[in-house]
Design a protein around this ligand. Structure first.
Ligand SMILES: Cc1ncc(COP(=O)(O)O)c(C=O)c1O
Length: 401
């Protein structure tokens, strides 16, 4: 007989499936890219966050090989024990100089963005403090806030006036504003200038999670520097988090901020202290990917041409065009089942576009998340929009029921 503890889990899983919320993992049988073989089938993928196509770039792959030859496979320990290597130090210096959230800022690398956000929020805030978070923030900012035990005040998406009132009313000892810079499921950009002004006014920290802007946003000399460069913003109150597993094509994350913030993370942040360091070859290869990300203007230009093409062509289709000027282009269909069915139809036509459902997005806003990358050709975008046009009569009518 099945033990009650297992039966209980099975009932939970059945309830998820009944609500159309069961998730499944597809298996890639080739390297990341625009064309991948997945579960035995070749598809054009609009699913990854490999925005610049660096995950399989020959120079990055060669840097991984060289890095492994020189530094071996694993770090062997946490950073504070004996896992802190010369490539980590060099990468941190390069990232700090590149992103420069404020003059003299330092940087600290992490093995994932999830850990970096837990580290930032638990190090900056505790029981007597308050964290003000955009309602559409990524789950790991919320998890960091919960772990910190600070009061968590979630403000309506992008509502600066609401946030200003909440900050003014707050009696918290330390105040921390936390926001995605580019919202991961919507692709729109947070009003960082206004948020930074509020941080100054209320003596608050501004935690900027630029997982989806780093490597993508910024122009000219600032190409790829991310959302701070997009706004020409710098402040000692900004704690900047960028991830290295998306546009940078490898894995990990970093925090760049005033050296006092960085040293506080090293000394007190449990998600930094109590985990094995990322392998040094990853840090070494990231230096190669950083060089491409900064210097290969053609990749970003192509990516933005794809974004324009997608948006221009989608105007003719019945779905409301999102606000996004970034590679994340959501098509909101509303009902969970409609999003899953539409993703299934696209899959049958050779396109991999994930259906995103609650709790990743608010109830009633299930969507297809189209993610464009420099590996795509204009013809890939055209083919996807043609397929969407084909499906419009069936799915646009579903609306947001
Ligand atoms: C906005 C945002 N922040 C943080 C993360 C976490 O980063 P990582 O995948 O490196 O853990 C993600 C995605 O994974 C994200 O979309």
């Amino acid at each position: 007989m099945t033990p009650e503890s297992i039966a209980d889990l099975e009932r939970g899983l059945e309830a998820l499936a009944a609500a159309g919320l069961k998730r499944s993992r597809r298996t890639l049988e080739t390297a990341q890219g625009a064309r991948v073989i997945v579960d035995g089938r070749e598809v054009v993928s609009f699913a990854s966050n490999d925005y610049l196509g660096l995950a399989r770039h020959p120079d990055v792959v060669a840097a991984v090989r060289d890095g492994v030859s020189r530094w071996g496979a694993g770090a062997g320990a946490s950073h504070l024990v004996c896992g802190h290597f010369a490539p980590h130090v060099a990468l941190e210096a390069e990232l700090a100089a590149f992103v420069r959230p404020s003059p003299g800022a330092a940087a600290l690398t992490f093995s994932s963005g999830y850990l970096a956000n837990l580290a930032i929020l638990t190090a900056l805030a505790g029981r007597a403090d308050a964290i003000f978070a955009d309602r559409l923030n990524h789950a790991c900012l919320n998890d960091g806030a919960l772990l910190s035990r600070a009061e968590l005040d979630r403000y309506p998406h992008g509502d600066v006036a609401h946030l200003a009132r909440r900050l003014a009313a707050s009696k918290a000892k330390r105040k921390v504003i936390a926001t995605d810079a580019v919202f991961s499921m919507d692709g729109d950009i947070a009003p960082l200038r206004e948020l930074s002004a509020l941080a100054e006014k209320h003596d608050a920290w501004l935690v900027v999670d630029d997982a989806h802007g780093f490597g993508v946003l910024g122009e000219g000399e600032d190409a790829g520097r991310g959302t701070l460069a997009h706004f020409g913003l710098a402040s000692e109150r900004i704690v900047y988090m960028g991830t290295l597993g998306k546009a940078a094509g490898l894995a990990g994350a970093f925090v760049a901020a005033n050296p006092a913030v960085i040293e506080t993370l090293v000394q007190t942040a449990r998600p930094y202290i109590f985990t094995t360091a990322a392998p040094p070859f990853v840090a070494e290869a990231l230096r190669a990917s950083l060089a491409i990300l900064r210097n290969d203007a053609g990749r970003r230009a192509h990516l933005f041409a794809l974004i324009d093409r997608f948006r221009n062509r989608m105007r003719a289709l019945p779905w409301a065009l999102s606000d996004s000027r970034t590679p994340i282009q959501p098509i909101v269909v509303g009902a969970n089942a409609a999003a899953v069915d539409m993703a299934g139809e696209l899959w049958r036509r050779g396109f991999w576009v994930p259906a995103i459902r609650p709790p990743t997005v608010p109830k009633g806003t299930a969507r297809l998340r189209v993610s464009l990358t420099a590996s795509h050709a204009l013809a890939d975008v055209d083919a996807l929009v043609d397929a969407l046009a084909d499906l419009a009569p069936r799915f646009a009518a579903v609306g947001d029921t």
